[in-house]
Ligand binder design. Structure first.
Ligand code: GDP
Ligand code: FE
Ligand code: FE
Ligand code: FE
Length: 195
C-alpha cells in the first residue's frame, strides 16, 4: 500500500523505519502482522486502507518505553492523573497516542483514538477502532487456543469479533487474578446491553 493522504508525513517505508527503531524485534513482527490483519478487516468493512495501515503500524509504538517515561508524559500532557495508578498495558495506548502525535507528527484524531482504544476498547467505537482492536487479537503471529475461532468470527462479523475478544480477555484476566481496568468493563456492559 502506497501512502497518499498524508496521515503520516512520509512514506510507509519511513514509518516502518521509525516503528522498528522504537520497539523490540518481536514486537515489530507483531506490528507487521497487525497491519496485515487490519488491511483485510478494513477492506471487508469499508474502512480507509491507509488509515488502517498507519493505525496498525503505530498501535504499539510505545510498548517498550519505560514506566518512568509514561509517568512523566502523563504529567507533561496533563492526562487524567488516575492513569498513574495503572500500568504499561493501558499507558502504551492512551499515553502512547500523545507520544505518537509528538514523535511521528500523526494528527489524525481517528488514528490516535484507535491507538487509545486498542487494548480495552470503549463504550462507543468507530469501525476503525474495531478493526485495530480485533486485528491486534487475530494477527497471524497470535497463537492461543481460541484464535482460530476468533479469526473465523472476524471474517464474518466485526462486531461479533469485538464481543468475542472482550469476553475472552475479561475471562482470561479474571482467571489469572489480574486487575481489571474500569474502561474494560464499560465495553463489556455495552455489549451485554446490546445482545
Ligand atoms: P499487545 O500490546 O499487542 O500485547 O496487546 P494489548 O494492547 O491488547 O494488551 C496488552 C496487555 O494488556 C495484554 O497482556 C492484555 O492481556 C492486558 N490487558 C488488557 N486489558 C487489561 C485489564 O483490564 N487489566 C490488566 N491488568 N491487563 C489488561
Ligand atoms: Fe497493545
Ligand atoms: Fe488487544
Ligand atoms: Fe498489539
Amino acid at each position: 500500500i502506497e501512502y497518499q493522504q498524508h496521515y503520516f508525513p512520509g512514506s510507509r517505508q519511513e514509518l516502518l523505519q521509525a516503528v522498528k527503531k522504537s520497539v523490540k524485534a518481536k514486537r515489530y513482527q507483531h506490528i507487521l502482522g497487525v497491519e496485515q490483519a487490519a488491511l483485510a478487516l478494513a477492506a471487508a468493512n469499508q474502512v480507509d486502507l491507509e488509515q488502517a495501515s498507519v493505525a496498525a503500524l503505530v498501535h504499539d509504538y510505545t510498548k517498550n518505553r519505560s514506566d518512568d517515561e509514561f509517568k512523566q508524559a502523563i504529567k507533561q500532557y496533563k492526562l487524567d492523573p488516575d492513569l498513574l495508578n495503572w500500568g504499561n498495558f493501558i499507558w502504551h495506548g492512551v499515553v502512547g497516542a500523545e507520544i505518537i502525535k509528538t514523535e511521528l507528527k500523526i494528527t489524525d484524531t481517528a488514528i490516535l483514538n484507535a491507538v487509545r482504544r486498542h487494548t480495552v476498547g470503549a463504550k462507543t467505537m468507530t469501525t476503525l477502532d474495531k478493526v485495530i482492536y480485533v486485528a491486534d487479537f487475530i494477527e497471524p503471529g497470535r497463537d492461543f487456543p481460541d484464535v482460530a475461532m476468533a479469526r473465523a468470527i472476524a471474517k464474518s462479523d466485526l462486531d461479533q469479533a469485538v464481543a468475542f475478544e472482550t469476553k475472552h480477555t475479561l475471562n482470561y484476566l479474571l482467571n489469572a487474578s489480574q486487575t481489571i481496568y474500569p474502561g474494560a468493563m464499560d465495553l463489556y456492559n455495552q455489549l451485554v446491553v446490546k445482545n
